[in-house]
Design a protein around this ligand. Structure first.
Ligand SMILES: Cc1cc2nc3c(=O)[nH]c(=O)nc-3n(C[C@H](O)[C@H](O)[C@H](O)COP(=O)(O)OP(=O)(O)OC[C@H]3O[C@@H](n4cnc5c(N)ncnc54)[C@H](O)[C@@H]3O)c2cc1C
Length: 470
């Protein structure tokens, strides 16, 4: 009988896979690693698929240039020349016209109505006279103070409502602090000025993208994990976890004992599967934790390229989708010839009207919205299909912090179970943040297999500083 420490990781998304990979790279003689995943493929939200030779992601996915160098080096090591360094080429629909995204100085000055430009200038000049709240409570408190009315009214407020389903004064201030990277005029100015080389941060205006789709990173991690002796059990949804007996039961009725378990799955799903009595306050908090769902409507078009842009952003409430991407443009692929694909991201309430709508109806609504914004696909659509996720974004309403604290206090009592990643920590973090979480978690396990909780808690504090990139 092997006396290796048995590590079980729940979820084969970026957090779970990077944890398994880094553990095996560094401690492979002392541990055994099993990853269980409910889907039949790895990658979580960052997964992808092929259809008619076209490669698709779940919405627009790019690896941001702010990815830490050591993570990037590992990803480069796995993908080699397949990790492309690409220029961003996106547009947003603002005031009935398209402008560059992220915005450029010339757009503000020449391509948008003069009243908008003057409004922004007025908001800049009046900033010193705006009252700064000591403890801003809402999304609108933070952004109205930081940015002023003009950009909030035309972009951030409608976009927030669309993405998270709540009005700006129903959303927590933390949503603005963590999720809006340019949340004050100074940061906006730096973004706008980044067209000028001396103001440009390293990597600004660029992104990394794997030649065969975003999930190539995670397929690569998975291959390495298996080559180092790790197990990845696909289609093995967590059914139950018994923290007393230290046993996990996965969907195929397979029983997996563990010494240390890591969960990267949504909090309600974990708590639902966890054996033992839970305090009523925890169950109540768990019931009220909200994740925003998303529909992905894919259109296959009979044309080589639809537009030259990688993504289009739509803050308007009357346009069905928040973003439209053309995956071929992410990797600059010309293949397959004669067709291209689009992916429309439609944030929605899980179980709501849109969520239940038939795929054909959703496709016709997407086509209608495309016509509305001047991007008609009439006569080009060869096929459409729909995919969905119930866990696209955590929704930070005004009480979310209290709820999460109640839940985390309970989870903290579960010995030898650690929580990481976007779903388990209820954060908006990017892929590179969640990969980093996996590496940090691996760093907290000693070569003798002891878990260093103090070190993990200090990493958790660092994670709170993550600011999400678009
Ligand atoms: C529309 C959209 C666009 C995005 N674009 C970008 C981008 O451009 N750049 C970027 O850096 N980030 C982007 N992100 C964020 C990125 O997708 C996430 O940060 C990343 O996928 C989080 O990884 P994770 O492992 O923490 O969670 P997840 O990816 O959610 O992985 C969790 C895994 O757990 C599995 N699981 C769930 N329940 C169970 C269960 N009961 N049993 C077993 N397994 C289970 C899931 O199937 C999944 O594989 C985007 C996200 C969305 C929604």
């Amino acid at each position: 009988m092997s006396n290796k420490k048995k590590i079980v990781i729940i979820g084969a998304g970026p957090a779970g896979l990077s944890l398994a990979y880094y553990l095996l790279c560094n401690k492979k003689n002392n541990i055994s690693v099993t990853v269980i995943e409910k889907e039949d493929a790895v990658g979580g939200l960052a997964t992808g698929f092929e259809h008619k030779g076209l490669i698709f992601d779940f919405g627009s996915h790019r690896l941001h240039p702010t990815t830490k160098e050591h993570l990037l080096n590992d990803i480069r090591g796995i993908l080699g020349d397949d990790l492309l360094d690409r220029p961003r080429d996106g547009r947003m629909f603002l005031l009935e016209r398209f402008v560059k995204f992220p915005p450029q100085l010339t757009d503000f000055m020449f391509h948008l109505p003069l009243s908008f430009f003057l409004g922004i200038v007025g908001d800049m000049l009046s900033k010193p006279f705006r009252r700064k709240m000591k403890n801003p409570r809402t999304f609108s408190d933070v952004l109205l103070y930081g940015l002023g009315k003009t950009i909030c009214t035309h972009f951030y407020f409608p976009y927030a409502k669309k993405l998270w389903g709540l009005a700006p004064d129903e959303l927590s201030a933390i949503q603005a602090q963590r999720r809006v990277s340019a949340n004050n005029i100074g940061k906006i100015i730096m973004k706008v000025l980044s067209v000028i080389p001396i103001f440009r941060k390293k990597g600004a205006g660029r992104f990394f993208y794997p030649r065969k789709g975003f999930c190539q990173i995670f397929d690569g991690f998975a291959e390495k994990i298996k080559a180092m002796g790790g197990r990845i059990l696909l289609s093995h949804e967590l059914k139950s976890i018994d923290p007393g007996e230290k046993v996990i039961v996965a969907k195929q009725d397979i029983t997996i004992p563990y010494d240390l378990a890591f969960s990267t799955i949504p909090i309600p799903d974990f708590i639902g599967a966890c054996k033992g009595k839970k305090p009523d306050a925890v169950l109540q908090a768990c019931k009220n934790v909200k994740y925003r769902g998303m529909l992905f409507c894919y259109l296959i078009l009979n044309t080589q390229q639809f537009t030259r842009f990688d993504a289009h952003y739509f803050p308007q409430e009357n346009v069905l989708f928040s973003r439209l991407s053309e995956p071929k443009n992410y990797s600059a692929s010309t293949l397959p010839e004669g067709i291209t694909g689009l992916c429309a991201e439609i944030p929605c309430e899980v179980g709501g009207t849109l969520w239940k709508e038939k795929p054909d109806k959703i496709a016709s609504l997407v086509i209608h919205s495309l016509r509305q914004v001047g991007l008609p696909v009439d006569g080009l659509v060869a096929e459409s299909f729909l995919k969905r996720t119930a866990f696209a974004y955590p929704s930070y309403d005004l009480d979310f912090e209290q709820r999460i604290e109640t839940i985390e206090t309970y989870l903290d009592t579960l010995i030898d179970i650690v929580f990481l990643g976007r779903q388990a920590l209820f954060v908006h973090d990017n892929t590179h943040h969640t990969i980093e979480m996996g590496y940090c978690a691996a760093d907290c396990l000693s070569h003798q297999g002891e878990w260093d909780k103090e070190k993990w808690n200090s990493y958790r504090k660092e994670f709170k500083e993550h600011v999400v990139e678009d």
